[in-house]
Design a protein around this ligand. Structure first.
Ligand SMILES: Nc1ncnc2c1ncn2[C@@H]1O[C@H](COP(=O)(O)OP(=O)(O)OP(=O)(O)O)[C@@H](O)[C@H]1O
Length: 235
């Protein structure tokens, strides 16, 4: 079964299409990286898939069915979570408070909540060191970890990540990707990763899609895209 199956998606802003007739599938347990130059429409596509932006045309099926209402809460309930661009952690809340809010918003019953937090801390153990800190006082890497943890609290079967590397050194980004890759290996969580740090993203991916000016122009295995010069020609 496919985690996500999108057909003929067109979307944009004020009548300007920035995603044009894009079809995409993310298989269960697959890791797919979406690359493309700035403004290619990657974030818009991800936002459409997660129900944050309404497409002008196209259909999206999630784990085999079309949702009656394609909105983030319904996506979460269906097993899809998003780690948004720019982390989006509330700077004045502590990490514990951010987790509490996510669990509440996700409708996780109170008695179940501590177990969920423990499970996520097992995946990202370094968060234990700063659970009581306000998110605004954390480093970029720590905030990104919190943003990912928040998505994982809902036990997604598919995780969409919008440029998690932003503001992180390559090594730090690699460290961040490792637990996500493990989650996918050990628990079959499907990954759809929008990334500019291509080398690190390809290392954990099964498949790559290249977008240019709102369209998918290439698709293949990571091997095809490892050669830097070939990649540059696409951009
Ligand atoms: N809220 C918005 N209102 C109007 N135009 C927008 C909006 N968001 C994005 N755009 C425009 O849509 C186009 C695609 O942007 P999008 O962010 O989807 O691309 P991207 O491939 O994710 O780029 P980046 O890597 O820079 O995030 C760009 O030309 C951008 O200026």
């Amino acid at each position: 079964m496919n985690a996500i199956e999108a057909t003929g998606l067109t979307a944009g802003y004020g009548g300007n299409a920035v995603v044009e007739n894009v079809s995409l599938t993310l298989a269960e347990g697959e890791a797919l990286t979406l690359i493309g130059h700035n403004g290619a429409g990657k974030s818009t596509l991800l936002r459409v898939l997660f129900g944050l932006h309404r497409p002008d045309a196209g259909r999206i099926r999630v784990f085999g069915r079309e949702l009656p209402s394609h909105i983030p809460a319904a996506l979460n309930a269906a097993g899809v979570a998003l780690v948004p661009e720019g982390r989006g952690v509330f700077p004045d809340l502590t990490v514990t408070e951010i987790f509490g809010l996510a669990l509440w918003a996700g409708g996780v019953p109170k008695p179940e909540q501590p177990r969920r937090v423990e499970e996520v801390l097992d995946v990202l153990p370094r968060i234990r060191e700063f659970l009581s800190r306000r998110a605004g006082t954390l480093s970029g890497g720590q905030q990104q970890m919190v943003s990912i943890a928040r998505a994982l609290l809902l036990k997604p079967r598919a995780l969409l990540l919008d440029e998690p590397s932003i503001g992180l050194a390559p090594k730090l980004f690699q460290d961040l990707l490792e637990p996500i890759a493990r989650l996918r290996r050990e628990h079959g969580v499907a990954l759809l990763l929008v990334e500019q740090q291509i080398r690190e993203a390809l290392a954990i991916s099964d498949r790559v899609i290249v977008m240019k000016s709102g369209r998918v122009i290439q698709e293949g295995t990571p091997d095809r895209f490892r050669d830097h010069s070939a990649l540059m020609e696409l951009f």
